[in-house]
Design a protein around this ligand. Structure first.
Ligand SMILES: Nc1nc2c(ncn2[C@@H]2O[C@H](COP(=O)(O)OP(=O)(O)OP(=O)(O)O)[C@@H](O)[C@H]2O)c(=O)[nH]1
Ligand SMILES: [Zn+2]
Length: 308
């Protein structure tokens, strides 16, 4: 039997090694990890033990998934136990297709469903161009949702947000995106009180220091069935944890053509009888865009470098 003094909880915010744990009755308290090694992330289900006024994390329960990126020197975990990842990009600043693809690949690798949201639909011209660029992602089966999150744009904003809500309902969604895409605006549209909450959490976790928490989980509904997790904008999205030979299977457009390659261990870069290269060289309708094939090739090279 489990130790009776261990209480269950959900990690709802994290800053460095200190986390905020929510108990089943809705209380929140600061917890510290026991020992140096235990790493908790937002979304973790844990068992904690009360100390004088705070708590220690005694155990992290098994995760259904962990969404993370990894560069040469370190692993950066975003969150655990996710149902889906909402990749929020915008008409402006222009997003990098390589960064978008990396986020999608990381999600596929953990079998987490990605949804793409393209914000700032009010900026008609750049939005039109961006929407067109998203065509290949729609073709490979991803949901691409238009958004206008800026509060002033009540008309479109309300309709588009309403259209997104059924996709979020009953799920835990990590919101991910480059700086300036509108992540804070999104959280504040969904939860008008979120800014205040973020501030309170920051203050609690940093003992008043002026730094923001890195990641927080917000309940969207009173019944606590729908949650969104925000995360800080990222610059680099390393995928060092992915084997180069596994890459094609995580890119739906490449995967779709990789079935009839002559060699079972085809890298899809130079082999004769390669289905991917055939698709790239085909006249007429392109099933793999030149951009995506370049991203594949660049990533394959990057992931094939000596690992540490
Ligand atoms: N035109 C337009 N601007 C928007 C829209 N949504 C957000 N913005 C603006 O885009 C800018 C960036 O929005 P934020 O919500 O701060 O973006 P963020 O993703 O949280 O950025 P970081 O905090 O840097 O990660 C702000 O000036 C917003 O007002 C939109 O639908 N249309
Ligand atoms: Zn091939």
């Amino acid at each position: 039997m489990a130790n009776p003094t261990l209480e269950p909880g959900l990690v709802v915010a994290g800053h460095g090694r200190h986390v905020l744990v929510e108990t089943p009755d809705g209380q929140r308290l600061i917890c510290h990890p026991r020992g140096k090694k235990s790493q908790t992330v937002v979304g973790d289900r844990v068992l904690w033990q009360a100390t004088e006024d705070e708590g220690t994390i005694e155990k992290v329960l098994p995760r259904s998934n962990l969404f993370y990126r990894q560069d040469e020197i370190r692993t950066k975990s975003f969150a655990a136990n996710l149902d889906q990842v909402l990749v929020l990009i915008a008409a402006e600043p222009e997003f990098s297709e390589s960064q978008l693809s990396r986020a999608l690949i990381a999600a596929e690798a953990e079998k987490i469903k990605p949804i793409i949201a393209l914000n700032k639909s009010d900026l008609t011209e750049p939005f039109g161009r961006a929407w067109e660029r998203m065509g290949v992602y729609r073709d490979m089966g991803y949901s691409v949702v238009p958004l206008a999150l800026k509060p002033k744009l009540e008309g479109i904003a309300a309709t588009e947000l309403a259209a997104l809500m059924p996709l979020l309902a009953g799920k835990t969604t990590l919101v991910l995106g480059p700086s300036g895409s509108g992540k804070s605006t999104f959280i504040n549209r969904l939860l008008p009180g979120a800014q205040v909450l973020t501030q309170e959490i920051s203050t609690a976790l940093n003992s008043g220091k002026h730094t923001t928490t890195s990641t927080s989980l917000y309940w969207v509904d009173a019944a606590k069935t729908t949650a969104v997790i925000d995360s800080p904008g990222f610059q680099e999205f390393g995928l060092n944890h992915i084997e180069p030979m596994h890459l094609a299977s995580l890119m739906p457009d490449i995967k779709a053509q990789a079935g009839d390659c002559k060699f079972y261990n085809c890298t899809h870069l130079h082999e004769p009888g390669c289905g991917v290269l055939r698709a790239i060289q085909a006249e007429g309708v392109r099933t793999i865009s030149a951009n995506r094939f370049k991203i594949y090739g660049d990533l394959f090279a990057e992931l094939s470098q000596k690992r540490y």
